[in-house]
Ligand binder design. Structure first.
Ligand SMILES: *[C@@H]1O[C@H](CO)[C@@H](O)[C@H](O)[C@H]1NC(C)=O
Ligand SMILES: *[C@@H]1O[C@H](CO)[C@@H](O)[C@H](O)[C@H]1NC(C)=O
Ligand SMILES: *[C@@H]1O[C@H](CO)[C@@H](O)[C@H](O)[C@H]1NC(C)=O
Ligand SMILES: *[C@@H]1O[C@H](CO)[C@@H](O)[C@H](O)[C@H]1NC(C)=O
Ligand SMILES: *[C@@H]1O[C@H](CO)[C@@H](O)[C@H](O)[C@H]1NC(C)=O
Ligand SMILES: *[C@@H]1O[C@H](CO)[C@@H](O)[C@H](O)[C@H]1NC(C)=O
Ligand SMILES: *[C@@H]1O[C@H](CO)[C@@H](O)[C@H](O)[C@H]1NC(C)=O
Length: 512
């Protein structure tokens, strides 16, 4: 009786046992039931009717495994019942196990069943079973399925796109709520995005929202902050910018502030009328002399100052100090020049090196050369000529005029007057006593009284001169006095001065 039913149903359905023969759980049935004697005949008949049945794949390399085929019919019968198909005797269209992790995992483990997956199955639905494996590829033996729903599991790894795409009838796929690794594939585009909600396969909406947030809010803020930073740097500390994007000669007051340690007294090396002189260190480590003009000036004057600074920046002469830049902001005007370690002429005059007349004339010549270059290149600029502002380079030969008078305009008569004082000081090693009132007039008066007859009285004792040279020294004193003549109409011209000094210098060489 049982065996005839077998044949009947197997013929009909082609592959599984009638429920009536099943008595216990699937595992018990697998352990106890054995194929009936006519089982081979039954499946041979089935294969004749429908050779596409998976167990009919009978080749010499893998001949039919009758026991295995029998076991798969046992699983099929149980699974059909578990899946609540309405009439497992006649059809088995759905594999459907919801919310039953243990059952689902057990059936998934029957590889021999999936190998012979019944052709009638068109839907596989294993929703919410906490499956923790990789994608269950044995399901894909059911190549005819139209629906596959694996949502609400914990599947990991990558989706076997290649195998899935061979399921040509698959129209409804749901992999949502899993943990697959993201994969961008043409195949997945066949399906609506709702097939992959929280599956790991598509960029998460949350992550997408984060990106949008970043793009719309964080990015502009960062850009804004960066521009603020950059703007601040440009305005305040361009020395922090790369060299190529700054006007390197233009110093801001913040830069001067930093270079002079906020105008600290330790940095202050000198003061003269309207100018404070600091020894500063620029951000790149360069030492610089920073002359700060303390007088407040009008806007027009500031423009003029700027123009003159632009001009002195271009000056290049061996007897003129190199200008590095300037600052011209509303509350600070300053000129930044290179720092030179050489001593100034004032202190040099007191040293034994200054005993040579020829050497002293050499210094005067150098100053005149710088003077001449300046009056040709930029006649509006004067320099603050005195023995303290002229430095000697290390070899003690070339004088370096180190202070320009910017913003005061040039006045050739004043320049010549100052040169006269400089020349006289070079000869006498005496200078106007600044403490005294009217000091320059008194000083000049004192020299005029003694010259030319008692010139020896005013000539610096340290100066080693012979009788013949004394005449030349007197000539030089006379030139100095002429330069300091007032009214200026009686001053010699610059050319006259230059020629006289050159001829004095040349004659001094003949005596040595
Ligand atoms: C499988 O093939 C062998 C020969 O290769 C044949 O003897 C056997 O009958 C076949 N079985 C079925 C069920 O077709
Ligand atoms: C038949 O069996 C062989 C080996 O087991 C397998 O490679 C092949 O895919 C099977 N063919 C079909 C149509 O199931
Ligand atoms: C078939 O399923 C019903 C409930 O759906 C269950 O009561 C019955 O025991 C199952 N039969 C077998 C043989 O598993
Ligand atoms: C999944 O199954 C659990 C019980 O196993 C149930 O509490 C939960 O509501 C189910 N979730 C969904 C989305 O079906
Ligand atoms: C897809 O369905 C058609 C019609 O139902 C069927 O003929 C075909 O064999 C199926 N494709 C696969 C791969 O099973
Ligand atoms: C995607 O599927 C959902 C539900 O299945 C549907 O409401 C929606 O319209 C579909 N969207 C597209 C673009 O097909
Ligand atoms: C897939 O399952 C999720 C969760 O149940 C659902 O929100 C979504 O609409 C489903 N997608 C499709 C294409 O059925």
């Amino acid at each position: 009786m049982a065996s005839s039913l077998f044949i009947l149903f197997l013929t009909f359905l082609a592959h599984f046992l009638p429920l009536s023969v099943l008595s216990a759980t699937v595992l018990e049935d697998l352990a106890t039931l054995t194929p009936p004697p006519d089982f081979i005949t039954t499946i041979t008949t089935n294969c004749l009717h429908n050779p596409l049945l998976r167990y009919c794949n009978n080749t010499t390399s893998s001949p039919m495994d009758i026991a295995e085929i029998f076991r798969s019919t046992i699983v099929a019968s149980h699974l059909c019942n578990e899946s609540k198909n309405p009439n497992c005797v006649e059809s088995f269209p759905k594999i459907r196990i919801h919310n039953r992790p243990k059952t689902a995992a057990l059936y998934l483990s029957f590889d021999f069943f999936w190998k012979y997956c019944p052709l009638t199955v068109i839907e596989i639905d294993l929703v919410n079973n906490s499956l923790k494996s990789e994608f269950p590829t044995n399901l894909l033996s059911c190549a005819q399925i139209r629906t596959l729903d694996l949502s609400y599991n914990q599947l990991t790894g990558s989706v076997p796109i290649q195998s899935l795409s061979r399921l040509t009838n698959l129209t409804h796929l749901n992999l949502s709520y899993n943990r697959f690794s993201e994969d961008d594939n043409e195949f997945l585009k066949r399906f609506n995005a709702s097939s992959f909600i929280h599956s790991g396969l598509l960029p998460d909406v949350k992550r997408y929202k984060m990106k949008v947030l970043v793009l719309l809010i964080v990015f502009p803020i960062v850009v804004l902050l960066l521009s603020c930073c950059l703007g601040w740097l440009c305005l305040k500390r361009p020395d922090y910018l790369p060299r190529t994007c700054r006007r390197s000669h233009k110093f801001t007051s913040a830069m001067i502030d930093a270079a002079t340690d906020e105008f600290s007294d330790q940095r202050l090396v000198g003061k003269s009328n309207g100018v404070d002189i600091y020894r500063g260190t620029l951000r790149d480590g360069t030492e610089a002399k920073i002359e700060v003009y303390t007088e407040k000036v009008s806007k027009a004057k500031r423009l003029e100052f700027e123009e003159e600074c632009e001009a002195v920046l271009k000056l290049r002469h061996k007897n003129l100090v190199r200008v590095l830049g300037w600052c011209n902001s509303r509350n600070l005007r300053a000129l930044v020049t290179e720092w030179t370690n050489g001593e100034n002429v004032r202190t040099w005059l007191d040293s034994s090196l200054a005993s040579s007349w020829r050497r002293r004339l050499r210094v005067v010549m150098g100053v005149l050369e710088g003077f001449s270059y300046l009056s040709e290149q930029w006649p509006e600029i004067a320099f603050d000529l005195n023995t303290s502002s002229v430095l000697l380079a290390d070899d003690g030969q070339e004088p370096l005029v180190s202070r320009f008078k910017i913003g005061e305009g040039n006045n050739s008569s004043t320049n010549i007057f100052n040169f006269g004082l400089f020349l006289l000081e070079m000869i006498t090693n005496l200078k106007p006593d600044e403490e005294q009132e009217d000091s320059e007039r008194r000083y000049l008066e004192y020299i005029r009284v003694h010259c030319p007859d008692n010139a020896e009285r005013v000539v610096d004792e340290k100066l080693k001169i012979e009788e013949r040279t004394l005449e030349k020294v007197k000539e030089a004193i006379t030139l100095g006095l002429m330069c300091t003549e007032k009214p200026p109409l009686r001053q010699p011209s610059f050319t006259q001065i230059y020629d006289t000094v050159v001829s004095l210098y040349e004659s001094s060489s003949r005596h040595h």
